[in-house]
Every structure is written in C-alpha cells, then in structure tokens.
Design a binder for this molecule. Structure first.
Ligand SMILES: [Zn+2]
Length: 1023
C-alpha cells in the first residue's frame, strides 16, 4: 500500500481514525503477526492473560495489553521470532451468572426451566458474540497477536489438556473427593472460593439464648446460655462447648490486658483498665459456673436443643472463650468454619439444615421450607414464647457476600473435589526461590510464597453447567474385579475408592464412558464442572498443543514472560507454575512482570459499578490508540499504582466536570460551564435517558495526544524539507555541531531505552523517548537545522542527517505508538526511500519489520551533550526573560554570563545559535562579568545570566518579581537553617546527607545575596 501524498500536501493534523484501521489491516494481511517454529531463529513468546468472554475491554486490559504489545513489537524488531498467543477465558461462574441473569430478566426463566444442554447452548451463543467483540477491541488497541492461533479455554484443544491433567493428577493421587465446608452461593447454587468472597459490615443483633440442661443435679444450673448473630442456625447445633480450663484462659486474657495497659498511651489507659476490672468481676462471678459446666461436660452431660428437641452434648473445647459473653458457645459444624474444626476435633455429627437453593431442609423440623430470614423470625419468636430468649443486643457484624451474585454467603457442607497442595505447592515455591521463575518487581514474590506456603488444598469443583465437566464416573454397585474386567488392557482409565461414599470413582483420560461401560452395573458421570482457574492454569502449555509434543510446545515453551496484574498472582500465576511443572516438567515462563493498577483520583480502583471507569474505547475514538498506549506506558512505574483523576466531559460544550464520590453515582449532572444537564451511566428515568451522555474521561491522556501531535508536526516539517533528497554517505567532517549532538543523543537514548525495555521499566522508556523526541529532536534540532536546509551547499547533508535521525526515532517509538510511526514511516519512504549515514539501506515495507536501532558508541560524545544541555538551559532563560518583559521577537537582546572558564569553553562556541534561536547577542563571558545597571539575573547550573534591560525593563515590575523571589529564598534559608540546627537530625542523619544540606544552604545564601544586589541596582536606576 502506498499513501499517495506529495510532501507539500501533508495534512496539518494526523487523522488517527483513518490511519489505525488502514495500518492494522496492512500488518495483518502481510502476516507480520504470525509466527511459526523456526529452529534457526530465537523465539520470544508471551501468552496473553485471556480476558473473560463476558467482558468488554476496560482500562486495566488496555494497560495490560499495551505493555505486552510494546514488548512483543520490540523483540520482533530485535530479530526474535516473536509469538504473542491470544485467546479468551470461558470464565465459568461469571459468564453463567450473566447469562442466567439475562434469561431471568428477559424471559422470567431459570436455568432449570431450560435444562443443562439448552443453557449451555445459550452461553455458547453469548460467547461467540462477546469473543468477537473483545478480540476486536484488542485489535483496535493495536495488539499484534498471532490471531491464527487464537484459543479459548473451553475449545477442543484446551479441553483435551484439562482432561489429561485431571487424569494425571487423579492417577498420582493428587486429586480427591471429600465433604468440606464451602462458601455457598445460594443464588448461583455453587461453591465459590475464598477469593470470590467479600465482607461487608451490616447492622445486626446478638441474640442470647438458653438451652435447658437435661436432669440438672442439685447445685447445677438449669440452663446454659449462648449468644449468636444467626439464631436460625441453632437448628443445626450438635453441641455446646465450654473451655476445658477456664481459669487458665482468664489468666491469659488478664496477662494480655496488663501488657496492653503497659503499652497504652495515657488516653487509652482508662478503657483498658475498665476491661481489666470487668475481667476481675467475671472471674469472681462467672468462673465457678464455667468450671462446673466443664466438669459436667467431662461427665458426658447433655442439654436439650429447643424447638427441635434434640439432645446434644456439652463438650470441653478451647474454641469457647471464658472472657467473652456467657463463656459458652454453640457448635454448628455444617454452617460455620470454626465450628466445623471443633466438630472434627470432638468427633461431633454435622447436621446440614440447608437446601442448595437456600431454604431449610428436613433437618430443620417444623421450619422446613423456609428461607433463612423468615426462619430467623420464627425461631426467635418461638424461643421467646418458651422463655428461652434472654436478651437481644444491637451489634455490627461482618457478613460474607459472593462477589458474583452479591448475595450473602452460607457456609455449607458439601461434597467437593480438591487438588492436594503439599507437593505441587512446594514445587511452585521452589521454582521462584531458586530463580527459575523471576517475579518483577521482586517484592511480589513474598505474597506468592506465603500463599503457597499455606498449602491449602485447592477446591476445584463448581456446581455449574458452564465449564469442563469433571471426567469422573461413579460406580456405587460395582466391585474392583468388575472394573478390572471392564477396562482390561486400557491405560486411559483409572479408578480409586471414595472413602466417604463407599463407592468406586473412575476417571477416563480422553473418551467419555457410557452408562453401561461396566457390564451389569450402571455408572453415572459427575455433574460438577471444574473451577475456571483449573483450565487457565494450563494456558501456557495447553495453547501450544500439550499433551501432544507439538513443534510449538518444543519451540516456544517455556515462554519468556507473563505480564499480569497482582490480583491474580496466587489464583493464576502460582497455579500455572505448578501445573507446568507437573505436566511438562518445566516452568511456564522465565519472568513474571506485575504491572501497577489504575486508580482514580481518590485512590480507588476503577470499575463500572463505581461509575469511575474510563472506557478505553472512548479514548481511542477521541485521541487515538497511540495516545492511549503512550499515556499508559508513561504512567507505568515500578513503585506506584497509576493515579488517574477522572472527569466527566460535558457533551454540549466539552468542558470537564470534576468527578466526585457524590456526583459519580448520580443519573444526571449539570455542567458548570454551559449550565446544561447531561446523563451518566446511571440514567434510567426516560427524562434522564433522553439526555446526551457525558463520557468519563481523564486529562492524563492528553499527554499522549499532545506528544503524537508534536511528533506529527516535526515529521511534517522534516518531510516538507526533504524535497530533492539524495541518498549518500556523510563523513564526520561534514557534520555540523548540532548534527553531532543529535546523533550522540540518539545513540545514548537508544542505549537507555533498550535497557529500560529489557528490565520492564516502561515509564522510563516512554519518558526518555518523550524528552528526546519533544525537547531535543522536535523543539531543538528541527529548529537548528532550518537555516542549513535553506542553503544549497549545506542542504544535502542536513537532509540526510534529518532523514536518518527521524528514521531511528520512529523505530524507537514504534513499539509504543505503532500507528502514527507507520504512517510517518510510509511517507518518509516516499521522500527518502534509501537512508543511512554510512551504509545506505532501503526502507522496509513496514516499520513493524524494521530492525531495532543499535546504539553507535562511536557517535556518543559526552562533551557535546554537556554543551547542549547547558546551552538549552541558558537559551531557556533568554526566552523566559523575553516573554516576561514582553520584548517583541524582532528586538535583539544583549546578555552576559558570569561563569567559570570551563562553562565559557562549552557555551561560547554556541554564540551563533543564541543569535539564531533567541535573537540574543552575547557581550561578555567569564568569572569577572559584572551585571549591567539594569538587568535581569537568573542562575542556571552555576551560571549567572544577565540580560541587559536598559531599553525594555518595567523596573517596578521587575522589583516586585525579585522581591517575591527574595521572600521565597528567605523562607528556604530559614527552613534549612532550622533543620541543620536540629540536634536530633544532625546526630542521626548520615554525614553525606548533612554535607549535602550544608552545601545547599550555602548556595541558597549566595543566591539571596545576588538577588538583594539585583534589587538594589534596579532601585538605583529608578531614582
Ligand atoms: Zn457544558
């Protein structure tokens, strides 16, 4: 493709909307994104963290995928055989929940009305639509994924990998089935993991109940008292616990409080003392009672559980806390994680009172069929009627909620499948501790190791229909001999005994088993599916063809780096490492780069549900994908999360309206500038919906937009000045001083950017390129070279250096801003098809396949870089003075510089440039320079620059400005003096810090003196 534009017809504005689609298609059609194994070349591989098919691209995705694309484009340009493996995740619970919710909203049907097959068919339709959408959005962002290899965690290849993994783990006895207390989501009717649960504080009560003692002896209490926030769960109680040594427990509580009293500040002491007094009182009144109950527990005494008339034992267990409440605690093993542990210790029965959909079952006796809350009301009323309700206290309680359905979680006893985490977790820990996997930044290794170190077995079953169905068949009636006979000669079938249900569990590696696979018996398949993370854990090897030893697996595995967010280090990264080691025998990636999170101006995570999420597609549409990418990379530093203040953009006048925690949840907002109202995402009333919608935006993206504009303008200037360009070598002697400077800077920056990318310092790479492109190439070099471009004698060399520098700059920028660099590359190709200063090279047909620039050490010239840095500073002063004093651009300035001889040597040769670039003529240089009577004085890097203002100055204004400066300086001097007179600081700070502070103070004092002198001399001219 060629862009038929003559240089002088170049549009003033870069049209990102037309360019992006055009170049993306161009790259894709030429097959640049595709990679094939090629043993002659070195691979560089990244697997994408597969986005959920439910979702749309959000800003977190935009950041995550920008960083991956930057890296993959860079490595591709370096000559690696680069593969970026794309795909999406079926996101079991999230996707099913969305489709079920929609089914109910639109058709008032539940999944049970549809049945398993029909529901799964609906979800596949949904998946097709959303997968296309989200992959299209990644393309809009510019992602150079190998789309021919796109995978889905539920496609045939990935499903086969899941089956083989489950089979392998089952065979190795690393998977088992057991009854465990799980977090039950009664809305979705599935277990959810601890990571899918959030806690919310709600107003609740503490109900104090009485359970009658059976046959109390003389001197024994009639009742035992307990307190609970959930009285309805008493229906599932199987014991009441009392501490086995209440006196010792109180001693310990007292010792803890005494320590606390000793550590407490004066303000807190009375409160701690009050607790101690209460404990003493408790010891006097309650301890004998608790010891009596403890003795009764040891004697095997029982209490009567009211309402259901069950006899339950008193037990002695340390879970009871003598320092709290009545000192006794009810034990409900099937509905409370702590009680579950007590029941295991004490060998208590576990009574489940809940149906999966959240109503009470037959174990709840007369309360069967009720939901939790109505059951609570009835239980409390009935206990009160029987005189067994002692009191009700108000209390704030922490209530667990399911992150998916947002409904309260019920702890629930259910049969689940687990992966043992003893050896597998250890293998994944070892991989990080011995450096086979490197986590960057290193601080994130701690969380990974701590979490794996707990070695909690991984619950992998979910009671869903959308997902990988567990490849297990139950054989309740068959004997092992039957199985041996049925599966003789097959190594793709294994079985194990289910110790809890007394039946055989059969696992089939690849092919499903028929109901009659065991002659004479009926076997049935497990209905549960696997946790989504079970399939995404295999992503780096399942996408490459495992369990087959494909050429891809051999060539690309282990991949080079995984780029992800810290939220899923445990859920995902850790599990990829352990399954990679178990299945393939090697780690899945060498590096894990954890990028920052994007927060709003209040430091809160962005999300649609908060109303503070910036939609990256809005930014792409308005500013272009390059602006979005550049801004995101620029903000990506190793140490901090990205803070991004968020605004609404008024759709009528484009004014920005600050987003506050209050207005971000309102359906309509009035623009402060034009006074017209606009709608937000919350609009639901017809009157609000009819309003134009105000987008959620952030000014941070203007940085990228402005940068792209600046680059476009400088490129446009260069292209318009390449008319008549002839390729040719340039000797060192032909180079002007600004050429030597820009080539030196280019070489230095190339080194620095390459280093930054190699160590995932994206923010540094972007900043280096921003400063170089903007401040040095666009603002300086292009301006300095103007004169030579007008002169026929110097024009060819100037053109060659300009074209060659622009060429290298575009390549350095390409990974960050691929579209605009391609657009300019193509135009440059027309104006200067062959480029280079020594060896001439034809431009590649696309910048995507051009080589990454190599730093040329021979061009690096520290002296010339120092000279220009100094020159730029002085020039900046001259320009500031001109603007401050309102001196017309055409009027020449006279200036002198007081500085040491070394600075003179650097700066004096630049006199012609001071003249051409600031219209300024130097009158004197050196240590002896005295300021003219009326002059400005500014200090930069040890040079005092005086501009003679005799003809221009507004003396009064200058005195005012200087006086203000003086006041600031006095403040700074006083601050430093105070710090240095602080004995504490001087004693504690390291010597070099103190020296630095003293030097800074001396410099401030010097500046103070020279400013005072300047004011005096100005005042003298006034008189
Ligand atoms: Zn407005």
């Amino acid at each position: 493709m060629t862009t038929e534009l003559a240089a002088n017809e170049l549009p003033k504005q870069y049209d990102h909307q037309s360019a992006e689609g055009r170049w993306y298609t161009f790259w894709k059609d030429r097959g640049y994104f595709h990679s094939e194994p090629d043993p002659k070349r070195k691979p560089f591989t990244i697997v994408i963290p597969p986005p959920n098919v439910t979702g749309a691209l959000h800003l977190g995705h935009a950041l995550n995928n920008t960083l991956q694309d930057v890296l993959i484009r860079w490595r591709r340009m370096q000559g690696y055989n680069a593969l970026w493996m794309p795909g999406t995740d079926h996101a079991g619970i999230a996707t099913q929940a969305v489709v079920e919710r929609r089914l109910f909203e639109e058709e008032k049907k539940t999944r049970h009305d549809l049945g398993r097959e029909a529901l799964v068919a609906r979800i596949w339709d949904w998946k097709k639509e959303y997968e296309t959408r989200i992959l299209g959005q990644l393309a809009q962002l510019g992602c150079s994924c190998d789309w021919e290899r796109t995978r889905f965690t539920l496609d045939l290849q990935c499903a086969r990998a899941v089956r083989h993994t489950f089979f392998g783990l089952f065979k190795a006895n690393e998977i088992y089935r057991g009854k465990r207390l799980v977090n039950w989501d009664t809305f979705l009717q599935t277990a959810v993991s601890d990571d899918e649960v959030f806690h919310e504080t709600v107003a609740g009560h503490f109900w104090h109940l009485r359970y009658p003692i059976i046959d109390p002896q003389p001197g024994e209490p009639q009742f035992v008292s307990i307190a609970t926030t959930r009285p309805e769960t008493m229906l599932g109680d199987t014991a009441v616990a009392v501490h086995p040594d209440p006196a010792k427990a109180l001693d310990k509580a007292e010792a803890d409080l005494k320590q606390k009293l000793a550590d407490a500040g004066e303000k807190d002491k009375p409160a701690v003392q009050a607790q101690l007094d209460e404990l003493a009182e408790r010891r006097r009144t309650l301890l004998p009672h608790l010891e009596k109950l403890r003795d009764m527990a040891r004697a095997g005494r029982k209490v009567k559980l009211p309402l259901v008339d069950r006899e339950i034992p008193l037990v002695a267990d340390e879970w009871a806390k003598p320092e709290l409440g009545s000192g006794c605690v009810k034990i409900t093993p099937a509905h409370d994680p702590n009680d579950y542990e007590v029941a295991k210790r004490q060998n208590l029965p576990m009574v489940n009172i809940l149906n999966p959909e959240g109503t009470l079952n037959a174990n709840a006796g007369p309360y069967q069929g009720l939901k939790m809350l109505p059951a609570r009301e009835r239980v409390v009323a009935d206990l009160e009627a029987q005189g067994l309700l002692e009191q009700v206290e108000d209390r704030e309680i922490e209530l667990a909620h399911s992150d998916r359905s947002k409904t309260p979680i019920e702890p629930y006893l259910a049969d689940q499948w687990f992966v043992r985490m003893t050896d597998l977790a250890q293998s994944a820990m070892d991989a990080v501790t011995d450096g086979r996997v490197q986590i960057v930044p290193a601080r994130y290794a701690r969380g990974y190791l701590d979490w794996l170190g707990e070695k909690r077995d991984w619950p992998v079953s979910r009671q869903l229909w959308w997902g990988h169905r567990i490849p297990i068949w139950y054989a309740p009636t068959a004997s092992e001999a039957d199985l041996k006979k049925a599966f003789a000669g097959r190594n793709d079938v294994v079985w194990a005994r289910d110790p809890e249900q007394d039946q055989w569990l059969i696992c089939a590696e690849e092919v499903d088993l028929a109901e009659d696979a065991v002659p004479g018996h009926k076997i049935r398949q497990e209905v549960d599916v696997l946790d989504t993370w079970f399939s995404s854990a295999l992503w780096p090897h399942s996408t490459l063809g495992w369990p087959d030893q494909t050429p891809e697996l051999k060539y690309y595995y282990p991949t080079n780096v995984l780029i992800t967010s810290r939220d899923i280090i445990t859920l995902w990264v850790a599990r990829m490492v352990l399954t990679g080691l178990f299945n393939v025998g090697d780690v899945p990636f060498r590096d894990v780069y954890i990028h920052p999170k994007i927060l709003d101006g209040f430091g809160e995570g962005m999300s649609k549900s908060k109303g503070n999420g910036v939609d990256p597609l809005d930014v792409i549409e308005k500013f272009g994908a390059d602006s979005l990418r550049f801004s995101l990379a620029y903000l990506t530093t190793e140490t901090q999360d990205v803070r991004m203040p968020v605004e609404f953009e008024c759709p009528h006048c484009q004014a920005l309206v600050e987003q506050t925690k209050k207005n971000r949840v309102q359906p309509r907002i009035e623009c402060k500038k034009c006074g017209q109202p606009f709608a937000t995402q919350w609009a639901s009333k017809p009157a609000d919906v009819a309003l134009k919608r105000g987008a959620v935006v952030s000014e941070r993206f203007e940085l990228g937009r402005n940068f792209c504009n600046k680059l476009w303008n400088a490129s446009r200037f260069a292209l318009m000045n390449l008319e008549g360009y002839t390729p040719g070598a340039v000797t060192d002697a032909e180079l002007a001083v600004e050429d030597r400077w820009i080539l030196s800077r280019l070489s230095t920056v190339t080194d620095q950017v390459t280093q930054a990318l190699a160590t995932y310092r994206y923010g540094d790479a972007a900043r280096l390129l921003y400063d170089f492109a903007w401040n040095e190439f666009c603002s300086f070099y292009v301006e300095m070279v103007k004169g030579r471009l007008q002169d026929a004698a110097t024009r060819p060399t100037a053109q060659r250096v300009l074209a060659s520098t622009l060429d290298a700059l575009l390549r350095l920028l390409h990974p960050l801003i691929p579209f605009i660099t391609e657009e300019v590359w193509q135009l440059l190709g027309q104006a200067a098809p062959e480029r280079g200063l020594g060896q001439l090279e034809p431009a590649t047909e696309s910048i995507m396949i051009a080589a990454w620039p190599l730093a040329d050490a021979a061009r690096q010239d520290a002296e010339i870089e120092a000279r220009f840095a100094h020159f730029q500073e002085v020039l900046k002063v001259l320009r500031e003075v001109r603007s401050r004093q309102n001196i017309p651009p055409k009027s020449p300035l006279k200036f002198s510089v007081k500085c040491d001889p070394a600075a003179v040597a650097l700066l004096k040769p630049m006199e012609p440039y001071f003249a051409s670039m600031a219209g300024a003529e130097a009158t004197a240089w050196g240590p002896q320079v005295q300021p003219p009577a009326t002059s400005s004085s500014d200090v930069v890097s040890g040079c005092e620059v005086f501009v003679d203002l005799a003809d221009y100055v507004d003396v009064a204004a200058e005195i005012t400005r200087k006086t203000k400066e003086l006041a600031k300086l006095a403040g700074a001097v006083a601050g430093k003096e105070k710090q240095l007179s602080n004995a504490n600081f001087v004693e504690r700070a390291p010597a070099e810090v103190i020296d630095k502070e003293r030097a800074a103070l001396a410099q401030l004092r010097e500046l103070q003196a020279s400013t005072e002198a300047a004011i005096k001399s100005l005042e003298a001219t006034k008189e």
